[in-house]
Design a protein around this ligand. Structure first.
Ligand SMILES: Nc1ncnc2c1ncn2[C@@H]1O[C@H](COP(=O)(O)OP(=O)(O)OP(=O)(O)O)[C@@H](O)[C@H]1O
Length: 238
């Protein structure tokens, strides 16, 4: 991990840019408007592993939601994979999230009535790029890769918390995203499971050139990242 924030430049000079934010600001309207994040300038390269750190309430999740197209900025620009997202309709945002992004949250958000296999297959079925046979084969391969072979037909309540988080990770990887956004992905896990999820994310970056941005309070996570960026009161620290 670099010691400096490197917030305004790429963590890997010369690497291709995946994401660029310029003056990104999100204010909630109201009698007293609340600014969640302000004037965020940030460049993230393909294959970079970035962790967002900072005190509670500093705007980390708000920034992650903006970068993941789950929320819209009130001002500023966000370019993802060479495309300015400013004029995107809700459908375009949803399509981009489905095709290019993968999400992992502190809570797994697996569908309880679905098998693990169907949970992982769901984003691929929505994207509809593969045949049903190929979708099932890929879901099985991902579950296998994440150490869940033999559990495919179980429902999420039949496996452990660490296993559920690995299923959530398999689901996030289903459509081969360019970028994984993870909000406290190890927040509910014991230390062995945390270590496991952390090394899987680290490997993804190194082997597949998948970019990972994670919000974390876990100092081991921040230490495993290529770069940590720090938010205080909604602003990036230089
Ligand atoms: N919908 C909302 N309405 C009002 N205030 C909000 C809303 N969402 C977030 N905030 C406030 O915006 C600030 C940033 O919140 P955010 O969740 O992004 O911070 P965080 O750094 O992720 O916090 P934590 O580490 O505790 O999860 C906080 O002060 C929070 O209370």
């Amino acid at each position: 991990m670099s010691s400096a924030n490197g917030a305004r430049g790429l963590g890997r000079p010369g690497a291709a840019l995946l994401l660029e934010a310029e003056g990104l600001t999100r204010t909630l309207p109201g009698e007293v408007p609340v600014t969640l994040v302000a004037d965020i300038d940030l460049q993230i390269a393909r294959g970079e592993f970035v962790s967002i750190v900072g005190p509670s309430g500093s705007g980390k999740s708000s920034l992650l939601y903006l970068l993941g197209l789950l929320d819209r900025p009130t001002s500023g620009r966000l370019v993802l994979d060479g495309v300015d997202t400013a004029g995107f309709s809700e459908d375009q945002l949803a399509d981009t999230r489905l095709a290019k992004l993968g999400f992992v949250f502190q809570f797994h958000f697996l569908l309880p009535e679905f098998s693990l296999l169907d949970n992982v297959a769901l984003p691929m079925r929505r994207l509809a790029r593969l045949s049903e046979a190929a979708i099932q084969a890929r879901a099985l391969a991902l579950l296998d890769q994440l150490g869940l072979k033999g559990h495919e037909h179980k429902q999420p309540h039949k496996i452990s918390g660490g296993q559920r988080q690995r299923v959530a990770l398999a689901r996030a990887l289903a459509n081969e995203p360019l970028l994984i956004l993870a909000d406290e992905p190890t927040g509910n896990l014991d230390s062995a499971s945390s270590q496991n999820v952390r090394s899987i994310l680290r490997e993804l970056c190194s082997q597949n050139q998948t970019t990972v941005i994670t919000v974390t309070h876990d100092s081991s996570f921040a230490a495993a990242a290529d770069r940590a960026i720090t938010l205080v009161d909604g602003r990036l620290q230089p």
